[in-house]
Design a protein around this ligand. Sequence first.
Ligand code: C6P
Length: 413
Amino acid sequence: MQATQIEVNQIRKDFPILLRRINGKPLVYFDNAATTQKPSSVITSISEYYTTYNANIHRAVYQIAEEATNAFETTRDKVSSFINAHSREEIIFTRNTTESINLVAYSWGRKNVGRGDTIILSELEHHSNIVPWQILCQERGAQIKYLTIDQDGNLDLSELESCTSNNNVKLISLSHMSNAIGNIIPIKYIVKIAHSFGIPIFVDGAQSVPHLKTDVTDIDCDFLAFSGHKMLGPTGVGVLYAKKKILEEMNPFIGGGDMIKEVHKYETSYNDLPHKFEGGTPNIADVIGFGKALDYLNKIGIENIRRHEIELTKYALEEMSNLKNIQLYGSPDPYQRGGIISFNLGDIHPHDLATILNEEAIAIRSGHHCAQVLMEKLEVPATSRASFYIYNTIEEINIFINALHKAMRLFRL
Ligand code: C6P
């Protein structure tokens, strides 16, 4: 199935929020890198859980508790097959990508990173893939090294071998797709180089998993983190994938109910995977909702989503590059980036531009996008960012381009 315009119009009917009008105009939602909208099937599944089988999971034998447990665990199976994990035990539910990264920095990091060790990141990283490692390195006397990027935001891969051949490198942690400029890195190649030096790889998939086919068995990454809310699911559900052997060797992150086998006065034995890392009552309703989001994505097909986004991005880049005084960031090649376009228009401050676009009912993000290391590299304090998903259309991009013209007239650019 090709994601044609007609199908997009069908898809739009599944998203009630797209009927919303702002300032009397239809909402154009271009902030999908921050969070995506939710189809009715996801919204309904959450209220269905609360109305018909609300109960805690993994604890009781009565019917609605079993129904809740089954629905929750079914989502785990769906996640496992969505990313082609080796087994469902490798899928840990967290609150979001940020928590998944912190879990590994805490549990794996404190066991494996010590004085004089190095963790490699890149200049493209989101704060969530910097700060947990900084906290770890400060505590352990380790250091962070950054792979640099060129002016188009592409990683300098020649640095990779020289960095990784250093004996003290304990982990490489990289975002597969930059949230701020959309660049996609050659993750499979990087994993191969890292593994040739025996170094594990953490992939921040917050932006890539919702848009690119992700096969952890093929990529062979050691860890992968992503957030349900960026892929049609509710907020409050994240995923950590890690290879089973690594998870088995890691200590728990949060101690409490459900993550234990037996607790005695002075010692505890931990539950089997994946429950060892899921202490306390989880976000049951939203995990169930996330399962429906995965059904929806599978129905459309991730390759079709990617194709549709390339089409939108190509068109938007062509139209935007005709604008006077525009500065576009990231790779000019739509195949090397996701549907994320960061830009500055003359000397209009991104917040002013976002305010003008809001008058036209267009929602974009402005600011540093939680990527201040990258902003420093680009030598700008902030950018404007439009980001697309499956329900966006060429017509909406035309509305957006017209609004940019309006802003240029207002600011006499
Ligand atoms: N980026 C954006 O507008 P959470 O908030 O934990 O679900 O995701 C954190 C995160 C981690 N890595 C990358 C690459 C991300 O893009 C994000 C979230 C949003 O760009 C909110 S700051």
